[in-house]
Write a protein that binds this ligand. Structure first.
Ligand code: HEC
Length: 127
């Protein structure tokens, strides 16, 4: 019984914290105090920003199938959430990789608006 209650409570807590790609887009747009733009996000994702890589260098364009890491050649599962249900479900993972990848591509962290735009682009990709 105790175990069962633990499972039930655990799943309620998990649900309350569960992240998804649509609410993440809204969250960033709210932080930016500006509406997200699919077109801007697509351009941002495909462009280089003064350094060697674009987001697409590792995640492909469109990021709907396996990508390949530009320096290690490791396979990277699709980034678009409709093609990979694990994407944008773990806030710590999302934050860690946005930070790391934006630094690699732009030499700084992405702004909330840039992240909102990228999410608008990724959310627009459907099967
Ligand atoms: C040098 C290769 C590389 C580049 C360039 C790159 N990424 Fe990534 N990205 C990765 C790897 C590796 C992971 C972690 C492995 C995985 O999740 O498949 C990752 C994971 C992510 C995640 C985590 C998503 C989740 O919930 O699982 C996000 C968000 C992300 N990248 C966004 C971006 C954006 C935006 C750009 C461009 C600014 C970008 N990436 C550029 C390699 C790259």
């Amino acid at each position: 019984m105790k175990k069962l209650l633990g499972v039930i409570f655990g799943s309620i807590v998990m649900n309350a914290w569960a992240l998804d790609a649509i609410s993440l887009e809204k969250q960033y747009a709210t932080q930016a105090n500006q509406a997200s733009s699919l077109a801007r996000g697509e351009k941002f994702f495909q462009s280089k920003h003064g350094k060697d890589w674009s987001c697409a260098s590792c995640h492909k364009s469109p990021p709907t199938s396996d990508g390949q890491h530009a320096s290690t050649n490791k396979t990277i599962a699709p980034l678009a959430p409709a093609f990979n249900t694990k994407r944008f479900t773990d806030e710590a993972k999302v934050n860690k990789w946005f930070k790391r990848n934006c630094n690699d591509v732009l030499g700084r962290e992405c702004t909330p608006l840039e992240k909102a735009d990228v999410m608008a682009y990724l959310n627009s990709l459907k099967k």
